[in-house]
Design a protein around this ligand. Sequence first.
Ligand code: 3HC
Length: 673
Amino acid sequence: MSVVTTERQGDVLVIISNNPPVNALGAAVRIGLQAGIQQAMDDDSVKAVVIRCDGRTFFAGADITEFGKPPVDPWLPELVDFIENCPKPVVAAIHGTALGGGLETALACHYRVAVASAQLGVPEVKLGLLPGAGGTQRLPRVAGIEAAVEMCATGTPISAAKAEALGLVDKIAGDDTLAADAIAFAQDAISRGPRKSSEMPVKGDPASIEAFAKANAKKFRGFEAPAANIACVEAATRLPFAEGMAFEREQFTKLMFGAQSAAQRHIFFAERKASKIDGIAEGITLRDIRKVGVIGAGTMGGGISMNFLSAGIPVTIVEQEQAALDRGTGVVRKNYEASAAKGRIKPEAVEQAMGLLTPTLNIEDLADCDLIIEAIFENMDVKKEVFGKLDTIAKPGAILASNTSYLDVNEIAAATSRPQDVLGLHFFSPANVMKLLEVVRGAKTADDVLATAMAVAKKIKKVAVVAGVCDGFIGNRMLKPRQIEAMKLLMEGATPQQIDKVHMDFGMPMGPFQMSDLAGVDIGWHRDPSRIENVRDALCAVGRWGQKTGKGFYDYDEKRNPSPSPEVQAIIDDFSAKAGAVKREISDQEIIERTLYTMVNEGALILEEKMAQRASDIDVVWIYGYGWPIYRGGPMFWADLEGNDKIVAGLEKHGFDIAPLLKEKAATKGRFN
Ligand code: 3HC
């Protein structure tokens, strides 16, 4: 059956798309829509047209899987013009999400009717693109310059109510009566005739564009697409429609064939692929997770609990002492209150979430939990003791998870009589904010336990990646060579500020030493000030524990602005001299080779050892767990762009052992992704 069908409702021709899952505007849909409009034009008895979609949503945009392939007529921009030029009024009936090319199609329709729950947006910027089917030219005319520039440059969708207030939606329809309401609207519009958005004057103040660009400059640092989106909206304010469209096309093409958009599109699909578990059928029966237990009310335990509370899932949180329990739940409350004060959640959501939290000092209270997550400090003996105890408390079938960031999950599982129910759930700090979750699959973890964990992750809005049991799993394991090389580079003549700047210029939110200062230089320190074996021991011994003590690798002022520290430099020089190192000028390229190429090398080992299912999973870990710039697509995608032969040559120059898989990619000019 065709993906686009038509039906007559009196004078109105209804064109219906049914292209699951999201009604992407692939070639078959475009051809069908064009044929539908043509049918309406050819039939004198048709007086108006409604375009609507079956399934869960209105068109969610162009079909991204077609990008980079030979184009099939009609192109979306042509189709959109064809719809707008229909001499009979065309009404878009919107439900779900009208996104990207979907909203552009709706903008070409002469009128728009939407259900209240609909979301309208142009998220192309998140794919490193801009709305390339007239969106940048029609939106400022229909919704006004201010809304257009914000929607195009941030990609954030707006509600139907806001769209109605802006003039982007003409009527809000009933949830169950959209089809009928749109037909009634179309019948009504017959006497008014078509209303072309391309012929409307641009609304609003052009000066707001520059103000917006200035206010958001920091957020857009490193990205090409936001500026191109802004430039197109600006062009709409001074060029006739046809010229604006030509400008939009030129900018769109430039972005489409650029490296940033390729990287961002890669991550769009990588994120979705990550949820799929090799070797486990998608339909596997999942375990029911209605109640969660969290052991430990520290920073991690509290943050982890918030994910579930926010998703409406009750949490029992356990601590050993009342003071720690009170402190932990107090922090959770404070975090919710801060979110409400900033308008991120509704005021009533604070009590709703807190009402789902049961603090207790009695671990036996976890007996009725379906999922129990241990979030205590990193000590194998203590963790084994806790899991041994859980084994006697938890109900049969409960999933037992550890939030360990590097310990052996198999050894933890062996402390129970039910290793099939045990796995790692490695949250990243702050756990209520960071999107990444490494789901660590133990040797004996049951398939349904793993699949349930991945489904739960989606429910709490995490991007989950399956990792195997190895030291540091995927993310922290790759961080290690970077940290080791960064410290060695200091000994050889680089400064913390040079190394951090190279990473910042690359697009990271911070460099290795800024990260160390933020996390705490003292993490993992032996806490004996008289035992000084390396630079870090020396820094800790003099109280340079990072931002929390006002000094670490940098000195900090009261506003936490960093400045280079002569004391740190003296400590580095001292160690360097003792080690007999010859200081030399270190190039930025050498820093990249030794701190980033080494990560790629480790990533290749991880793949070889099957600790990650696929290269794109590694990319997802680094984007969502460590702030790798999304426009560089993650370390393995970036390696493919750099050229794996170049990576190998760079590593060989510094005497590193090369992972066989990386060597093979280099030799065959192959790619990881
Ligand atoms: N093209 C092709 N496939 C798409 C797609 C698109 N535009 N949007 C979603 N899909 C696919 C996903 O890859 C996924 O496939 P899978 O099941 O094989 O993994 C499937 O549809 C379902 O998607 P989600 O898992 O994301 O479903 P959700 O319900 O969570 O979200 C959504 C739905 C909000 C529509 C979300 O998919 C989304 O944001 N899609 C992208 C929207 C977008 O970026 N549109 C702009 C496209 S570019 C464009 O229009 C250019 C034009 O200006 C010329």
